[in-house]
Design a protein around this ligand. Structure first.
Ligand SMILES: Cc1cc2nc3c(=O)[nH]c(=O)nc-3n(C[C@H](O)[C@H](O)[C@H](O)COP(=O)(O)O)c2cc1C
Length: 190
């Protein structure tokens, strides 16, 4: 076992505020490929990703907030302002969806969503291991059907699961104290 790899897992933390440079094509390929080794019941490969790069970030934000404004759950002005400020620096967003695959009744949808979650976790780790900051957000209209459609993930066929923001941390990242795992573990006895 590589002690170094384990240290990366133990030290990972989310970093929301990131800026350019984001991952180059090779680094991004490694991040996405890490997602492919997530556990996946039935080999359904339910994960779907859409890359939103910095050159289209502003127009994405414009469409996102215009679409949300027309929906039943518009995004409040102060949240829009904060999100726009955040997005103005983010070099890469990866929109995440789970393919619902109505043809498959054998594997429950929750398991497919868990597989996508596991893929995203691998991607967070792969970003961290390459020195990037990354953050999973279910803001930005994740639960607005019209926004999902705008991104090409029609809610009839996909469960939209948010966005990964990836880039270079803007602020210094300090180590976090994590809870002791023993608080969450008990011993089964028969
Ligand atoms: C599915 C999912 C969605 C999340 N959405 C948000 C979000 O919209 N806004 C937010 O502030 N944090 C959100 N978080 C939490 C952050 O991604 C992050 O985990 C949190 O800030 C704690 O940081 P840590 O990962 O270093 O423990 C989400 C986490 C998960 C797993």
């Amino acid at each position: 076992m590589s002690e170094n790899a384990l240290q990366y897992l133990l030290n990972r933390q989310s970093v929301k505020f990131v800026r350019a440079p984001g991952p180059d094509e090779h680094q991004l390929g490694l991040i996405l490929q890490a997602g492919m080794s997530a556990p996946d019941h039935g080999k359904l490969r339910p994960w779907r990703f859409s890359l939103i790069r910095q050159d289209v970030m502003q127009s994405f934000a414009d469409r996102l907030f215009a679409t949300a404004a027309e929906s039943e759950t518009p995004i409040p002005a102060h949240k829009e302002e904060n999100a726009r400020r955040w997005l103005s620096e983010v070099p890469l967003l990866i929109a995440i969806a789970c393919h619902r695959d109505h043809g498959n009744t054998k594997i429950p949808e929750i398991e497919r969503q868990l597989a996508v979650g596991a893929a995203v976790m691998n991607m967070l780790n792969a970003a961290h291991m390459q020195g990037f900051g990354a953050f999973w957000s279910t803001g930005l209209g994740t639960y607005i059907d019209e926004v999902n459609e705008m991104l090409g993930f029609d809610p009839l066929d996909y469960r939209f699961m948010g966005y990964l923001a990836i880039g270079t941390p803007i602020d210094e990242v300090f180590p976090l104290t994590r809870p002791d795992h023993l608080q969450f573990v008990k011993e089964y006895r028969s």
